[in-house]
Design a binder for this molecule. Structure first.
Ligand code: HEC
Length: 108
């Protein structure tokens, strides 16, 4: 029984360890589900219809200007919304870090 508990704790620690490190691959899935409809494939082709509806240009996410923002600013935009961008309410917890990690892979 004791051995079983030790094994269980070790497995949980491994799972938690993985969850703590941001995962750009998982972030890509989050992006495709929650961001792509406005920001386009790889954040590179903003949806013109959405931009027109909001009356603001949607930034290209790989651009030097957008990449110059800090992780904290990007997280804020996702969690709280930014300007005309609504908060991505379905993106929470580790998914926020994952999508930020993915966002960093878009840098040109
Ligand atoms: C409903 C459309 C929509 C969705 C969904 C959306 N965005 Fe945006 N995003 C926008 C618009 C519009 C802006 C420009 C906001 C402004 O300048 O007023 C923007 C701006 C941004 C910016 C620039 C923020 C800054 O500080 O200038 C980042 C980064 C960003 N979005 C990332 C994301 C990510 C990541 C997701 C998915 C979790 C996402 N967006 C989902 C429409 C959207």
């Amino acid at each position: 029984m004791k051995k079983l508990i030790v094994t269980f704790v070790a497995v949980m620690a491994t799972v938690a360890g993985v969850a703590l490190g941001a995962d750009a691959k998982a972030g890509a899935d989050v992006f495709n589900k929650s961001c792509k409809m406005c920001h386009g494939e790889n954040g590179a082709t903003p949806n013109p219809g959405v931009a027109k509806m909001f009356g603001v240009p949607i930034p290209v996410l790989g651009s030097a200007e957008t990449q110059a923002k800090s992780d904290a600013e990007i997280k804020d935009a996702i969690v709280k919304g930014k300007g005309k961008m609504p908060a991505a309410k379905n993106v929470t917890g580790a998914a926020v870090d994952d999508v930020v990690a993915y966002f960093r892979t878009l840098k040109k």
